[in-house]
Design a protein around this ligand. Structure first.
Ligand SMILES: NC(=O)c1ccc[n+]([C@@H]2O[C@H](COP(=O)([O-])OP(=O)(O)OC[C@H]3O[C@@H](n4cnc5c(N)ncnc54)[C@H](OP(=O)(O)O)[C@@H]3O)[C@@H](O)[C@H]2O)c1
Length: 305
């Protein structure tokens, strides 16, 4: 279906429309047989990603989301039926509430401090998102938390395997090969789960959706990567000390510890704290990609050069 401009179509306000998650949300809703209008928020309506959305029929609004810009943020939500948001949620929850949106969809994460019973207390970007989830849930706004799994694209960028002297590739993480990763092709599939939150009766206000294409042991990910690309990519378990030492020096110590705590939490408790991802997959419009399908669809020539 194309983007609607009929006033009767729900207006979906997408924060981060030019980004990976927001872009995926717009694409998934365009694929729907239901009609939607879209308003995307960006700091710069002249950037190519924003221009492309304008050409597709998305109303793009230039607004920087920050507390000192509250009035503009509130204006950006006026008339909205549904809102999707990835960051800085409190200001936008308030703006969406004032606009009386029917559904606020938030890209949240678990509270690692809470889920681990205080064992891992440094994963601020998870805990921070969970605090916004709690705020949203108590705000009275119809609120769905669509949690983002591990981006498959992380393994082509920040977590790309590194070339070794013998020509093979290696990736080291501070857990063993059996640790389960909720891997998702974010650009292709995150929007599917948001569409499910909007269109499926099973996931109304108050629900939680845990996204992934599959829950795969990390060792299997790299076996499959080797098989499909024909390159030898070996997974190693690192000690905590080795993992910290392997991070680039420019990363502040506080962030290094945050990454380590996040990895240890995933190993100990599971990314989704042991919750099943199966109910979140039940009413998707199509199957999300597996890791192997992501690998096949990706150009690895620069990553495994
Ligand atoms: N990597 C992972 O495995 C992983 C896992 C779970 C969750 N996450 C979370 O995913 C989120 C990132 O989402 P993404 O991948 O979609 O990001 P992205 O592709 O980097 O896009 C970021 C978007 O946010 C917009 N934005 C940034 N600052 C803004 C501001 N001040 N005002 C208005 N818009 C602003 C950008 O718009 P403009 O540039 O056009 O203004 C852009 O559309 C992060 O919160 C991260 O914690 C990541």
């Amino acid at each position: 279906m194309t983007i609607s401009h009929e006033p009767s179509a729900p207006l979906v306000v997408v924060v981060g429309a030019t980004g990976m998650q927001g872009g995926s949300v717009i694409n998934a809703l365009i694929e729907s047989d239901k009609a939607y209008r879209f308003r995307g928020l960006t700091r710069d309506t002249s950037k190519p990603a924003a221009r492309k959305l304008i050409d597709q029929g998305v109303e793009m609004v230039g607004v920087s989301i920050s507390a000192d810009n509250a009035e503009k943020v509130h204006q950006a939500f006026e008339g909205a039926s549904i809102a999707f948001e990835i960051d800085d949620g409190i200001l936008m929850i308030n703006a969406a509430k004032a606009a009386k949106v029917k559904l606020f969809i938030w890209s949240g994460l678990m509270s690692v401090t809470e889920a681990s019973g205080g064992k891992y207390t440094h994963v601020d970007h998870f805990d921070g998102k969970a605090a916004i989830t709690a705020y949203g849930r108590q705000s009275g706004i119809p609120f769905v938390d669509v949690q983002a799994g591990t981006y498959a694209s992380n393994f082509t960028s920040t977590l790309a395997p590194r070339k070794q002297a013998d020509g093979t590739y290696a990736i080291g993480l501070p857990f063993g090969p059996d640790t389960l990763i909720p891997i998702i092709d974010m650009a292709s599939d995150y929007g599917l789960f948001v569409r499910q939150a909007i269109e499926s009766t099973a996931f109304g206000a108050g629900s939680e959706i845990l996204t992934c294409g599959e829950l795969l042991p990390v060792g299997d990910m790299f076996k499959q990567l080797s098989e499909i690309t024909g390159k030898s990519v070996v997974f190693h378990q690192l000690s905590d000390k080795e993992y910290l030492a392997a991070m680039p020096e420019m990363i502040p110590d506080r962030i290094k510890v945050e990454f380590l705590d996040q990895m240890k939490y995933i190993d100990d408790f599971g990314y989704y704290n042991g919750k099943s991802v199966v109910p979140s997959q039940q009413q998707l419009a199509r199957k999300p990609r597996t890791w192997a399908e992501f690998v096949k669809a990706t150009d690895w020539s620069k990553v495994l050069a």
